[in-house]
Design a protein around this ligand. Sequence first.
Ligand code: WT7
Length: 661
Amino acid sequence: MSDNGNIESILHEDRIFPPPEKFNDRIGGAYINSMEKYDEMYARSMEDPDGFWGEVADQLDWFERWDTVSSGAFPDAKWFEGGKTNVCHNCIDRQINMGHGDDTAIIWEGEPTIGSGGSGEVRTLTYHDLHVEVCKFANALKSQGVKKGDVVTIYMGMVPELAIATLACARIGAPHSVIFGGFSSQAIADRVEDAKSKVVVTCDGSWRRGKVVPLKYNVDAATELTDLIEKVIVVKRCENEIAWNDERDIWWHEVCENQEDECPCESMDAEDMLFLLYTSGSTGKPKGIIHTTGGYMVYTYLTSKWVFNLRPDTDQVYWCTADIGWITGHSYIIYGVLPNRVPTLMYEGAPNFPEPDRFWNIVERHKVTQFYTAPTAIRAFMKWGDEHPKKHDLSSLNLLGTVGEPINPEAWMWYREIIGGSNCPIVDTWWQTETGGQMLTPLPGATPTTPGSCTRPFFGVDAAIVQEDGTEVDTNSGGLLVVRKPWPGILRGIFGDRDRFVDTYFGRIDGMYLAGDSARVDENGNFWIMGRIDDVINVSGHRLGTMEVESSLVSHESVVEAAVVGVPHEIKGTGIAAFCTLAGGFEPSEELKQTLRKHVANEIGAIAKPDMLKFTDALPKTRSGKIMRRLLRDVAAGTDSKQDITTLEDFTVIAKLRAED
Ligand code: WT7
C-alpha cells in the first residue's frame, strides 16, 4: 500500500514539541497563538464556512463583490461566484495603492559564478519595479496576440522573469502552464498539445551547477514534435549558443523594450481559470490541474499568512526553495506570499553549488526568517555534514517548513536542532497540486509538533480517514485520506477531461474528495501520512506515475514489457526501480541499462531516470495477467514481506528475480 519505508519508526514516535517561546517573541506574537484559539476557530470554519471565508476574502481587493461565498457540491463546488477580481492586482497593485510601492517584493539570488566566494548575483524588485516589469511583459504578450483565455506555456529557469511572466499572464487573464525546466522536449510538446497553447516563454539557458541547461534547445526540439507553437519568447540569461527562427522566436528584452509600463488588470470572474499545472496520475498521461481565480487566491493568501506567520513591516524575509515549476512555487513563492507583503526570496541554483553550504550562506546574507524546503533536501544536507550549516549564523531563522513527502523523524530532528537551533517551530505541511494550498499543517504559534506528523487540518478543511464505504476508521488504523467538504483552493477540473476528474477524485467514495494517500490519525488527533494508494511514487518530493515511466521504457525498441515500482532511497525518499523484459535480438548488458536510463530521461526528464534497472525473462503476474507490483517492491527493496503469492502464475519468476545480482 505504501512506498514509504518509515512507518515503523513513525509508529513509535512520542516526542512532542510545543511552539518555542522565541517564535512568539521575535515576531511580536503569532496570529494563532494557542490550541484553544485553533479549536475555536476551526469549529467556526466548519459550522460557518461562508462567514469564515467571506471575512478572509474581505482582506483582499475585489472589483465586484461576490454573490455567494460557496455554492454547489463536489465535484462542482464554486467559490465567490459573481465576484470579480484579479490575482496580479492583489499581488502588486494593491500594495502600491496602499502606499507600499517601495517595499521589497522579490529578492532574487542568481547562481554564483565560480570563484565569487559563494555570493551570487542579487536583484531586488520592489512592488513598483515588479509593476513596471509585469505591465511591460503583459503588453508584450498582447502584442503577440495573446488574449484572455489563451494558455501561455512557460518553460524557464528560476529567474525573476519567470515570476514576472506568471504575474503578467494573471494580469491579462491568460492562464499559464508552467513546465518545470527539468522536463524533456517530449514533455513540453505533450503539455502544449493538451493545453492547445501557441505561445511559449523560455530562456536561452538556465544555470545549474555551473553548467547551462539548454532550455531553448529543448523548446526547439518540441516544435519538431508539435505544430502548435507559433511564438517563442526568449529571456537572455546564459548567452549560450542557440538556434534562431526569425518567424517564431523573439527576445524578451526586445519585445518588452517599447511597451507601455501600464497595463490594466483584466477583470476576472472568481471562477475564471488562473492557471493549469500538469501533474502525474496513475495512467501514462499527465493531467492538467485547473485552478481558478478567487478561491485559490484567498486560500493561498490565508495559508501563507497563518502557516508561515507572515508579517509585513517587520524584518521578515521568507524563502521557499521550491522551483516555480511545481505547485509549491506557484502557491508559496508567488501567489500566496506577495499579497502578504513580505519579501519572497527566489534562488536560481542548486543547494550544493559551488559548496554544500550554499543555502546557509544565503540564509545568513539575506537574514532569512522563514525557510520552507523538502525532506529530500534535508536528508541530503544531513549527509553532507553538520559543518556546512555550522559555518553560518542562522539565528535569523524563526520558522522552518517542509513539504512534498513524509519526513523521517531523524531528518526532522536534525532540521530542528542543526538548522533551527532547537528554537524554531517546524511546519510539516501536507497538500497536493490539486488542493492548491496547505491542508494538514501545524500552526506555528499553536500546534505542538511531533517528528513525522503533519498534525491538524487547516481551517475549513474537513479531513478524515475512511474505509472504502466512507465510514471513519478507528484511531491509529490506516485508511484513505479524504476531505468531506469543499475548500476554496480545490482544483476545479482536469483540463479537457471531465470524466477523469470526476472518477479520480470523487468516483470512489461518494461525496468526498479522495486524496490518493493513505494515512492514520493518532490518539492526539494528529495525522500521519503513510503513502500513496495508487501507482504514483514520490521521488524527491515530486510526483511520478509509474505508468509514465513504463510507457517510456516500452517506447524503446529493446523493451517489450516493463514494470516500475518505488524502492526506499536514502536521499530521495523513494527511488525508481524498473523491471524490463527484452525483445528478441536484445541481450541484457550494462550498456543497454544506461541506454534505457538515458532514454527515460530524454522522454520525460532526469527526475524519472530509474535508480535500479533489472532485466528479466518474465514479470510476476496473476493468473488473470495483472503484474504483481507488491512482489516487485519486495524484490527491489531486497526484503521479503512474506506476501500471499497464491495467485502468482509462475512461481519461478520471483525466485529468478531474487537470485540475480
Ligand atoms: C503528494 C502530492 C504539495 C506540494 C508538493 C507535492 C505527498 C506532500 C506531504 C507531507 C507526507 C506529503 C503526498 C501527496 N506529500 N506533502 N507533508 N507529508 N506526504 O505536490 O506533486 O501534487 O504531490 O505528495 O503523497 O499526495 P504533488
